[in-house]
Design a protein. Sequence first.
Length: 126
Amino acid sequence: MHSRARRLLIAAATAVCAACSHHHASPDSTIDSPATLYVDNHNFQDVDIQVLHRGLKSHLGNVNASAATTIVFPKSLLSDLGEVQLIAHAIGTPYTITTAVIVLKSGTEVRWTLETDLNRSSVSVY
């Protein structure tokens, strides 16, 4: 009977240890994940997407009218503080909008919905 109690105690301790253990992602797994921009263009014009970083504008891509696209941010934008602003220009029109400052880190997802009136557009950062 004494050995049965010992086996039950060992089994219970093993179950508790297994339940308390967690799988942790290695710290390196998020370091290499890209930052991405998802653009949903509700505008009737094709839109040119640029990024403003350290006072310099760079072209990121285009989004066709009434379409969506995914753009991977260049890794150079993730250095330092990663502070950027996004710029959308409806091609063939005078309409351009610029977002507030966004902080990019590895693994950041930015969702930008461009409306027919660009001033009603919205941006979310995850």
